[in-house]
Design a protein around this ligand. Structure first.
Ligand code: FE2
Length: 434
């Protein structure tokens, strides 16, 4: 016997990776999508007519540090704005971390993200401290939120895998405690040799514990920082490419083209995933430059043109490295379009895909991601007519449906013109504020 749906979304434009479809109805029952059709005859307890607005799979935040989120100014502000002052401030702040402190800030941030349509998150957890408090706090948060958001936790050796005598053992302990992903930071190891060695060790651990890999790779303006080639070589030799992610790769911005083009040939032999974090890297990078100042964001457009899987992340929300941010993925996309000069319509659409389908591929959650009959009912409705409109206006996320339940709704603001009447009629004609 089939049950009636508990929720029907009526007449929304269903986005696909290549464009919108015609308007459809979507039925949801017991947490899953049970039917998609131009007009569904059945009725449901809750029906939402979305009147042609965009229905999209949820946003994927593929790179964030929830353990440090919402600590900006603690114990002091990052006055230089550099990555390295951020690391120093975090070293001071993490002395006072408690499991509850980490867990509560993480859940508060995840709630803020979910309200804005993010239902899949990969967060790094600093595993450089003896107590592994950041990791334990995020693992506790992962469990606490699992009914409404999927959280992956990366064991991230912020101070280097070989930066302290205990760090390598702490990484192994993080694997045993249940971290989903092995992380790394080769450009911050004490020597280049340590950086290379750290990548080989990361691959060994990933194979031993059957985990994914996500390395902070070459997040520096130094054109001689060339650990991406090591990551690519390991991916080629192990065949693990699709399970491996290169995050940041900002030095790629500064490589000479002769080297960059050679490297791109190697990258094409892998299925590596790339994550750019344009909000933070446009503020962190180029700090040692006078003028011209480098943008420092990795070559997003070229990697996309090459066919590599590129996704986008916030990296930080209100922490020692980046004091701004709200968790809105449309802010991230907007910045990527500007910094990476991806203003053509196919490029704008591609940038939207980088915070949805591409992110799902990076996190390897594709089997449960996407709006198809039989899949978990995770979807969002945007107050927008298409991707371009959503990005340009940072569209309000009208409804967020997670595992079949409506978990958030937001009414778009409706500004009221109080000035001269003739101006009002111009607005009415142009629809500028509509
Ligand atoms: Fe990061």
């Amino acid at each position: 016997m089939t049950h009636p749906p508990t929720l029907i979304l009526r007449q929304g434009q269903l986005l696909s990776p290549t464009g919108p479809s015609d308007c459809v109805d979507i039925a949801i029952e017991a947490g899953r999508i049970t039917a998609i059709a131009p007009h569904l005859p059945q009725s449901a307890e809750v029906e939402l007519n979305v009147q042609g607005q965009v229905i999209s799979p949820p946003f994927v935040e593929s790179h964030i540090h929830l353990d440090s989120a919402m600590t900006a100014g603690e114990p002091r502000w990052n006055q230089s704005g550099t990555l390295f002052e951020g690391i120093e401030i975090w070293r001071e702040r993490k002395q006072s971390l408690t499991l509850e402190d980490v867990k509560e800030r993480a859940i508060a941030t995840l709630k803020q993200q979910a309200m804005q349509g993010v239902l899949f998150v990969r967060s790094h957890a600093d595993v450089s401290e003896q107590t592994l408090t950041a990791l334990k706090g995020l693992l506790a948060a992962r469990d606490a939120v699992k009914d409404w958001i999927t959280l992956q936790v990366v064991a991230f050796p912020q101070d280097g895998l070989y930066g302290g005598p205990q760090n390598e053992a702490l990484m192994e302990e993080a694997m045993r405690l249940g971290a989903d992903v092995v992380g790394g930071i080769p450009h911050y190891e004490l020597t280049r040799e340590d950086g290379v060695r750290s990548i080989h060790r990361i691959f060994e651990l990933a194979e031993q514990y059957d985990r994914l890999i996500d390395v902070h790779c070459d997040e520096i303006d130094d054109e001689q920082s060339r650990f991406l080639e090591v990551l690519a070589a390991c991916a080629i030799r192990t065949g693990m490419g699709s399970r491996v992610t290169a995050s940041h790769t900002t030095a790629f911005h500064s490589y000479n083209n002769a080297y960059a083009f050679k490297l791109m040939g190697f990258l094409q032999r892998t299925s590596l995933n790339f994550i750019a974090n344009p909000l933070i890297n446009i503020t962190l990078q180029g700090r040692a430059d006078t003028y011209p100042k480098r943008r420092g964001v990795t070559r997003v457009k070229e990697l996309w043109q090459l066919g590599q899987n590129v996704s986008l992340g916030h990296d930080c929300i209100q922490d020692p490295w980046y004091s701004l941010g709200t968790g809105n993925m449309l802010d991230v996309v907007n910045m990527a379009i500007h910094v990476c000069q991806m203003t053509g319509i196919p490029e704008i659409d591609a940038c939207y895909n980088m915070v949805t389908w591409n992110g799902a591929k990076t996190l390897q959650v594709e089997p449960e991601y996407g709006i198809e009959v039989g899949k978990p009912a995770n979807l969002i409705v945007l107050d927008a007519s298409d991707r371009y409109d959503a990005i340009r206006r940072r569209a309000t996320i009208r409804y967020v449906i997670s595992q079949g339940k409506l978990i958030a709704q937001t009414t778009p603001p409706t500004p009221q013109w109080q000035g001269p009447e003739e101006v009002q009629s111009v607005f009415d004609q142009t629809g500028l504020l509509v």
